[in-house]
Design a protein around this ligand. Structure first.
Ligand SMILES: [Zn+2]
Length: 106
């Protein structure tokens, strides 16, 4: 009976099987004498996964796709907060003005 590559859950007969690119292994090359790591690579390949794991993998891929923009969005939000604080400070420090409908009487 086939099972999910990621979580190991067995598929029931008739269950829709999905394929996703998952981490299948890693490869490490070390120098013989010093033992220092030369190359470290991670292997990925298409495997059959269950619906829950497929949703989770899709969510992780989407998150990774938009991750570079989160920093930019946070910076824009911070600049907007600074601008709003500057407007509030200007409004507080503004000297009071006469309203247009009231005239001084002599
Ligand atoms: Zn699974």
């Amino acid at each position: 009976m086939p099972n999910c590559y990621r979580c190991g859950q067995y598929f029931k007969s008739g269950d829709f099987q999905l394929r996703r690119k998952v981490r299948t292994g890693e490869h490490l090359t070390k120098q013989y004498r010093s033992g220092k790591t030369n190359v470290y690579s991670v292997r990925y390949g298409p495997r059959v996964v269950c619906k829950g794991c497929a949703k989770q993998i899709d969510r992780e891929n989407r998150r990774a796709q938009f991750a570079p923009y989160f920093g930019l969005l946070a910076l824009l939000g911070f600049l907007f907060i600074l601008y709003a604080a500057e407007l509030v400070i200007q409004a507080i420090n503004k000297p009071p003005t006469l309203s247009s409908g009231v005239q001084d009487e002599f």
